[in-house]
Structures are given as C-alpha cells and as structure tokens.
Design a protein around this ligand. Structure first.
Ligand code: ZN
Length: 160
C-alpha cells in the first residue's frame, strides 16, 4: 500500500477542464516519486495515499490542491532595459528572476510593448483544475540513499 516513504511509479495522463491532454508519462518510462514528500501536487498525493499496485484512479484536483490560484502580484511590467540588449524578447520566453527574499522564480514573458515587458511568474497550470488518470505500476519502500537524496533512483527517477 502507498504510504509515506513509498517509491511510487505511475503511468498518468493530465487533462485540463476542456479535456485537452496537458501532460502524460509517455510510453517508455513511468514517472516515479517518493510519496509524502511534496514531489507531486498535494491533491494527487492525498488521493494516492493507501492505493495499491495496479490501482487505476481518476482524480480531479482543484487549483488550491494543485498549482495554486493565479497570483496577480506575480504579473507585472518591467523596463526593456532590465534584459540584456542583445537578447531577442518574445512572448513565451522563460527566464529566472530573483525575488526580494533572494528566491529564484521562473518567469515567462507574456507580451512586449515598446519599452515595456509584461512578465508572469505564476506556474503555467496555476488557476487550473487538473484531471489526472493514473495507474500505479510499482510500489516499494524508498532506500536509505533515496531518502537522503530526496529523489528516486533508477527507472523513472535519477540515474547517477
Ligand atoms: Zn540521488
């Protein structure tokens, strides 16, 4: 049974409210994570608690239990001069920005208007209801080394 400290492998498909596939574990390797350590969105993690090998589940995750609501404070305009002048700025371009508290947050450029650049630091899936279809393909205990590293080793995880 899946419990805190289990290594769980999943085949999954993630759709948005309109039924479009946003993400999926593609044919080859399933996705693997350590249960109870916040590596997947909270709503999916709690739905998988106590699940068993071979279980298939459809899980609907609200924005609060997913990637959060859209935070308007993470959307703002900055001067073009904040970017390297030789850099071509276009919508969709991602970059890291340092916040006042020193954290590095990924931002995306939404729009360039003359000298003003509109940027957005929300997760691309913020504000969205997530529809997961998952199948549990492996459940095992995490090794001591995996718990120390905080990630899964081998299939579906890190190779090093
Ligand atoms: Zn490692």
């Amino acid at each position: 049974m899946i419990a805190k400290g289990s290594v769980v492998s999943l085949n999954y498909t993630l759709k948005n409210d309109s039924g479009e596939v946003i993400d999926e574990s593609s044919g080859g390797e399933p996705f693997a994570y350590i249960h109870g350590s916040g590596q997947i969105v909270p709503g999916l993690e709690s739905a998988l608690d106590g699940a068993k090998l071979g279980d298939k589940k459809d899980v609907v995750v609200s924005p609060e239990e997913g990637y959060g609501e859209i935070n308007d404070e993470l959307k703002f305009k900055v001067e073009r001069s904040n970017f390297p002048s030789d850099k071509e700025l276009e919508p969709g371009l991602q970059f890291m920005a340092e916040m006042k508290d020193g954290r590095q947050v990924p931002f995306i450029i939404e729009k360039v208007e003359g000298e003003e650049v509109h940027i957005n630091g929300n997760h691309p899936l913020a504000g969205q209801t997530l529809h997961f279809s998952v199948e549990v393909t492996e459940v095992r205990d995490a090794t001591k080394e995996e718990l120390e590293h905080g990630h899964v080793h081998g299939t579906g995880g890190h190779h090093h």
